[in-house]
Design a protein around this ligand. Sequence first.
Ligand code: ADP
Length: 483
Amino acid sequence: TPALAPQLPAIPSTLLVGGRWRPAVGGATFPVDNPATGETLIEVADADAQDALDAIRAACDAQPALAVLSPARRASLLRRVEAALREREDELALLITLEMGKPIIESRGEVAYAADFFGWFADEALRIGGDYRLSPSGLTRILVQHRSVGPCLLVTPWNFPLAMGARKIAPALAAGCPSVLKPAEQTPLTSLLLARIIEEAGAPAGAVNVVTTSRPAAAVGAVIRSGLARKLSFTGSTEVGKLLLAQCSAHVMRTSMELGGNAPFIVCEDADLDAAVEGALLAKMRNGGQACTAANRFIVAERLAREFTSRLAGRMGEMTVAAGWQDGAEVGPLIDDAAVAKFERLMADALDRGAVIEAGGGPANGRFVEPTVLSNVVPGTALLEEEIFGPLAPITTFREEAEAVSAANGTPYGLVSYVYTRDLQRALHMVDNLASGMVGVNVGVVSNAAAPFGGIKQSGLGREGGLEGIAEYLDTTYAALPA
Ligand code: ADP
């Protein structure tokens, strides 16, 4: 049983609308629980459609105040947020662990990663450029500009409560876009503290609004239908993403969609086995497997499969499963009971089809599940097709490289793939042939503020971070003039 949870840091628990912290119009609240204990941490305001509309109107009202901020002022605002996040790492990390469950050490990593985005986009705010061209006839001058798309709706998931908001708010502010952030109902607390930090850093009132709600469809739907938001940036499931894309079509809104994945992790027969096992642990076990970038399927050269499996099983089998704030915790609880039920369903299906347990496999204890490795996993098994989102590692094997690539690509998703090989030509061939927006070559983590994070196929549209990230929040316009 998890030790007594540390005290919740002081945080706002109401909505932030137009620079005012206030309860939901109807006074409703909903509980946020600690996934390690199932206990309620706090009650927060439960916004309805009216509150969400107030928030998007407040964002619209803030547009002029943001528009007059010079690039240098926007950059320094973002730098102050970056500094505050780094200074307040202890408090933020504890909050992330309490509401989401991950081990404190990973929460600290998330704070640093989130801060990186404010630093990165502080610089990008200074580099929003345009260009000048001549028409082919030489008779027309073309002046190309990039300007803020306008008010944005930002919808985030629960697995990285700080980083997902940071990845959207930082480029939005850099581009001069006011926003409404709608965090996941499981983890709204970190977003509230982030908004307070941005407010304290001197953002204009209404530049960032936060709407916490247990009724996401009503709140998000109202904002989209209002036509007041010009853009939606969403991170979450492919299923909800499709629904929102359809809704956004009514007003032809700009959209960025970071959706589900089904990442293959390929270990070629020439791989450095030590490095592959370390990379596999990172790719599988970061956030307890609850990441869209998590390795979902291991595809291992037959010659290495036994050795790789037993080493990975050894490492996963000895991981410390504990509440995130406990010393030595390496794997926290799953986010909620539905996640536990899914984990159990996927495991039962695999065992029914003859999979063999190499590590773990025991029953869940509350929301804690054992890191589990399965071998002898046959095609058609549900966990090869669905996003597992838990510490469950199925291992399959291949003989020819082409077989590995075709298995890797054989899903509707295309977020990230991992490849371990010591052969440069093979690595480049894989990079060119894997159908995913990102490929990790001999690395188990691809996320980085400097990189254009995102997927192809049903994993999404648009990119977060890198030189591409800011473009998601800018419209391109041009003026034609006589030469
Ligand atoms: P997950 O499976 O990771 O919880 P979801 O796609 O369900 O992913 O949730 C991601 C975000 O989308 C959360 O902020 C959630 O509140 C929101 N959301 C869920 N369902 C809807 C919906 N029908 N309309 C709008 N937003 C939704």
